[in-house]
Design a protein. Sequence first.
Length: 199
Amino acid sequence: MTVPDFLPSHVVPPDGMPTWSAPDAARPTVPLDPLLPVQVVERRGDWARALCSNGWSAWVDGRLLLPVPQGPPVAGQPPARTADPRPLLSAVEKDLGRFRQLTEELCAGRLDGESFAEQTRGVRVGAVVDGNAVWLYDARHERWCYCDGTSVETYAVEHPPAGSSGADDEGPAGEPRGERGKEPDRERGEPDVRPGGES
């Protein structure tokens, strides 16, 4: 049986995903099957309530859902924004360059071990390049992103979804508040990537 007006907005990742009966990591329930179409009907911070075609719904980590491609834009409508991978690539390159510079100063004896440790504390850089596919670590949001050269989307996250069932976790129209819901800081090279693959 299919729920009337069920319109998938996302699909479950290829490995499936855990679910919770409430936006609370302590209340797990039955996992969702890989690539199952779902409709996101509510968001609270990183959490998303996913509705299945049979009417069953559960809370999931909305950052990991894969958005369903939309149809062609209607004439006269502004083009949809896609996450530009260049700011994240620049941020990774900058952090790696800084680490290399400090390493060279350490090896040349211009920097002692204690100073090296202090200046590199908190630096986290990650990049895997395999042909035209790139995985980049977004340290500010503590997540790995997948980049195909023209767009970037969340691939994996380090922590369970943040946010509670309180209304304070959302801004107007369900827009998440706090660190993960803010506009990117382009001067710091932050990517235009939103939780759940939205852009």
